[in-house]
Design a protein around this ligand. Structure first.
Ligand SMILES: NC(=O)c1ccc[n+]([C@@H]2O[C@H](COP(=O)([O-])OP(=O)(O)OC[C@H]3O[C@@H](n4cnc5c(N)ncnc54)[C@H](O)[C@@H]3O)[C@@H](O)[C@H]2O)c1
Length: 259
C-alpha cells in the first residue's frame, strides 16, 4: 500500500525545484497534496497536472493570514492536514556583512525563518486535530557553519534548527514530530540561476568534483529522505537533523594521484 494513502501534505515553495519534486513524490505515494507558493501560474499548472488529489494554495509564508487560508484549504478539500514541509526559501545576493543592507537581511529572515515559524504555528492545531503528524523544516548545510557573503541566509538556516528543536519539545506529546533537513548543493534554479540582485549563479563557481559523491544533488534525492522522515517508519525520530549533501561537509576526497 502506498505510504501516504489518506494523508494530506502541504509543501511550501511547492512549485520550486525541490518543492515540486516533493509534491510529486508524496502524490505518487498516495497523498493528497497542497502546493503552497507565491507563484500562482506554476502552482495552478502543477495542481492541474496532478488532478483530483492536488490543490494549489497561494501562500506567502511571511503572511500569517495567508497561512491560515492555506491550512483551511487543506482541511476543507481533504478533511485533515497530516504533514507540513517548510521548504520555501530564498538566498541573499552575495555580500559581506558590512555591505549587506538591512532590508536584505530582513527579507531573507522573513521568508526563511519567520515563514517557518508561522508555518509551525498555523499548522500545529490542524496536525493536532488530525491526531498527530510530522513537520520537516528545510535548512541547509550552510546552517551548520559559516559561509562568507551569505550572512542572512546562514543566520536564517541556523535559526531554523533551534526552532525545530523547540517545536519538537512542545509538540511531541501531541504526536507531532518535527525535524530538520540540511541539503547540500542541489540542482535547482536556486543554484543554477543568480539570486535576485546577484550577478553569478552558485553553479558558476561551484564544482562537486572534489567531493565523495562527485555530482550535484538531485531534488529526488532530497524527496526520498523527506518521505522517510514524514512516514511512520520514522515514528521515533524528532528534533533531529539530517544532512543530505553527497559528502560535501566531509571536505575534499583526496584521490591517489593527488597524494
Ligand atoms: N538548491 C540548493 O542547493 C539548496 C541547498 C540547501 C538548501 N536549500 C533550500 O531548499 C529549499 C528549496 O529550494 P529550491 O532549491 O527548490 O529553490 P527554488 O528557488 O527552486 O524554490 C524556492 C521556492 O520558494 C518559493 N518562495 C519564495 N518566496 C516565497 C514566499 N514568500 N512564500 C512562499 N513561497 C515562496 C519560490 O516561488 C520557489 O517556488 C529552500 O529553503 C532552500 O533554502 C536549497
Amino acid at each position: 500500500m502506498p505510504r501516504f494513502d489518506n494523508q494530506t501534505v502541504l509543501v511550501t515553495g511547492g512549485t520550486g525545484g525541490q518543492g515540486s519534486s516533493h509534491v510529486r513524490a508524496f502524490h505518487a505515494e498516495g497523498a493528497n497534496v497542497v502546493i503552497g507558493d507565491i507563484d500562482a501560474e506554476r502552482g495552478a499548472a502543477l495542481a492541474d497536472e496532478l488532478g483530483t488529489r492536488a490543490r494549489f494554495a497561494r501562500l506567502d509564508v511571511t503572511d500569517e493570514s495567508s497561512w491560515s487560508a492555506a491550512v483551511l484549504a487543506a482541511e476543507s478539500a481533504f478533511g485533515a492536514l497530516n504533514v507540513l514541509v517548510n521548504n520555501a526559501g530564498v538566498q541573499n545576493p552575495p555580500a559581506t556583512i558590512e555591505n549587506t543592507e538591512q532590508a536584505t537581511w530582513s527579507r531573507i529572515l522573513d521568508i526563511n525563518l519567520t515563514g517557518t515559524f508561522l508555518g509551525i504555528k498555523t499548522a500545529a492545531p490542524a496536525l493536532r486535530r488530525a491526531a498527530g503528524g510530522a513537520i520537516v523544516n528545510v535548512a541547509s548545510t550552510m546552517g551548520l557553519g559559516g559561509t562568507a557573503h551569505y550572512a542572512p541566509y546562514v543566520a536564517s538556516k541556523w535559526a531554523v534548527r533551534g526552532l525545530t528543536q523547540t517545536a519538537a519539545l512542545e509538540l511531541g506529546r501531541d504526536h507531532i514530530r518535527v525535524n530538520t533537513i540540511h541539503p547540500g548543493v542541489i540542482a535547482t534554479s536556486f543554484i543554477l540561476e543568480p539570486a535576485a540582485g546577484a550577478v553569478a549563479a552558485i553553479a558558476d563557481f561551484y564544482s562537486p568534483e572534489p567531493f565523495a559523491i562527485p555530482r550535484l544533488g538531485e531534488p529526488t534525492d532530497v524527496s526520498r529522505l523527506l518521505l522517510f522522515l514524514t512516514s511512520s517508519d520514522a515514528s521515533f525520530i524528532t528534533g533531529s537533523e539530517y544532512v543530505i549533501d553527497g559528502g560535501l561537509l566531509l571536505g575534499p576526497a583526496l584521490q591517489a594521484e593527488t597524494v
